[in-house]
Design a protein around this ligand. Structure first.
Ligand SMILES: Nc1ncnc2c1ncn2[C@@H]1O[C@H](COP(=O)(O)OP(=O)(O)OP(=O)(O)O)[C@@H](O)[C@H]1O
Ligand SMILES: [Mg+2]
Length: 441
């Protein structure tokens, strides 16, 4: 995005010279020869910086006109910096305005290089301020939503997870059925915990059944219970998980593995609260909130006749989809510093881990961190220390050296945005390197 700069001067030669200078440095320039036009432009266009003269009528030199324009510009757009161009006679006024918030003043005739550095820094500062302001606003919103919530130890920084958790907290307050979807190890169970912990049923039983971990013939007995001798292998009476969860919450994990006969029974409990233990004709009634989870594509399972469509719609009043970890890079470093507190990563490592695919998602990351903690208990960590299972992507540019960064800083006259772009880094990432390498900026 090019930055738009307004120049206000009654001298056309000054406007031409400055426009040319700025345009060859990739800025987009708008000019005005008098305060009235200048104010109109600032009102209706997105101007990031103003360069203004102090006098607009040929026979005045007091700087009063410039002063008036300065205050009006500030009023319309308090955040865009203003650079004053002054003749030596107006120095006192210029200094007064700098105290009142003008970004800087340049005495005529100005020095092109100085002006460019000054503009570069101000624009950089302006975007930095905007980033900080947005960040603070987010932080406040986040604190508001999550302040009184029990987040069950979930660590996240990404907006995708913020949205998901916000939704989970809303679902918690209602009694609708929620289906949590997402790949292996992404945190589905954590989300189920958040729903339960923030629901009115928090002090009631929270029972978990993993349909994927049980042999198919046992799942129904596990869910609905069985009388002794109901079938081979069942020697004593068994209380089902629905009964155990009565009045509370049942978390049905890997729901896609439930056999069709179990699905019919499940649908019935969900609709009427009624079921029978295996081997019994006595109908029992419970009141259970069901949260289910799957890493399977249930719509595909429906197409293949393995999953009942009516049950799907019953379970899936609302879907909470947990994205794969590689789709929320912002969470990676937060999770690593949670699982490996106070450990330093080399710069390369941070980047490589953020770009890694994490096929096993958070579970893989957690295990990798545990391994590192044991095998390399001290010292800065490199990618190799994490012994990742699949190859680390080599798409990133090589880490720039101190000399390369210093060279680029000189070439771009210290304009951070340009230097960052050259290395394919974000501005924050570049700042971190400048600090680490002790480069003056
Ligand atoms: N955002 C997170 N913050 C902290 N720990 C997390 C987070 N997400 C997941 N974990 C941890 O990662 C592991 C896997 O998470 P979880 O069991 O919730 O995933 P899942 O989606 O249910 O996985 P699966 O599909 O294999 O059942 C757990 O140890 C969990 O505590
Ligand atoms: Mg799970």
């Amino acid at each position: 995005m090019t930055h738009k700069i307004l120049i206000v001067d009654d001298n056309q030669a000054v406007l031409d010279a400055l426009s040319l200078l700025l345009e060859i440095h990739d800025f987009s320039v708008v000019t005005a020869t008098n305060p009235f036009d200048a104010l109109q432009i600032v009102r209706y266009q997105r101007i990031e910086l103003v360069i203004q003269d102090m006098n607009f009528t040929s026979d005045t030199t007091s700087g009063e006109e410039g002063k008036a324009l300065f205050y009006e510009l500030r009023e319309i757009n308090p955040h865009s910096p203003i650079i004053l161009i002054t003749a030596w006679t107006e120095l006192a006024t210029a200094i007064e305005l700098v105290k009142a918030g003008a970004a800087d003043y340049l005495p005529k005739p100005w020095d092109d290089a100085k002006l460019l550095v000054c503009i570069g820094n101000l624009i950089e500062l302006g975007s930095a301020k905007k980033i900080v302001a947005t960040h603070n606003r987010h932080q406040q919103e986040r604190e508001g939503t999550f302040k009184n919530a029990d987040l069950a130890g979930l660590i996240f920084k990404s907006t995708a997870m913020e949205r998901l958790v916000t939704m989970a907290l809303q679902v918690a307050k209602s009694d609708i059925s929620a289906l949590i979807t997402g790949p292996n190890g992404s945190g589905k169970e954590c989300i189920a915990h958040i729903i339960q912990k923030n629901s009115p049923l928090v002090s009631q039983p929270f029972i978990k059944v993993n349909a994927g971990a049980l042999p198919q013939e046992l799942i129904e007995a596990e869910l609905f219970g069985a009388e002794a001798g109901a079938y081979t292998g069942i020697t004593k009476q068994r209380i089902g998980r629905f009964e155990a969860a009565d009045g509370g919450t049942l978390f049905l994990d890997e729901i896609g593995n439930l056999p069709l006969s179990g699905q019919i029974k499940l649908l019935r409990v969900l609709q009427t609260g009624e079921f029978e233990r295996l081997g019994s004709t006595q109908t029992r009634k419970v009141n259970v909130r069901v949260i289910s989870a799957t890493n399977e594509n249930l719509l595909q399972a429906i197409e293949q006749g393995r999953f009942r469509e009516d049950l799907y719609y019953r379970l899936n009043v609302i879907e909470l989809n947990v994205p794969a970890l590689c789709e929320r890079q912002d969470d990676v470093l937060a999770l690593i510093s949670h699982f490996l507190p106070h450990r330093e990563l080399t710069i390369n490592t941070e980047q490589a881990l953020q770009h890694y695919k994490w096929p096993g998602n958070v579970r893989e990351l957690e295990n990798a961190c545990k391994r590192v903690a044991v095998l390399k208990p001290t010292g800065a960590l490199t990618v190799d220390d994490f012994a990742l299972s699949s190859p680390v992507s080599s798409q990133q540019k090589a880490e720039p050296t101190k000399q390369e960064i210093e060279h680029a800083m000189r070439t771009h006259q210290g304009v951070i945005a340009k230097v960052a772009r050259e290395f394919g880094l974000s501005r924050q990432a570049l700042y971190r390197r400048l600090q680490k390498m002790g480069i003056d900026y």
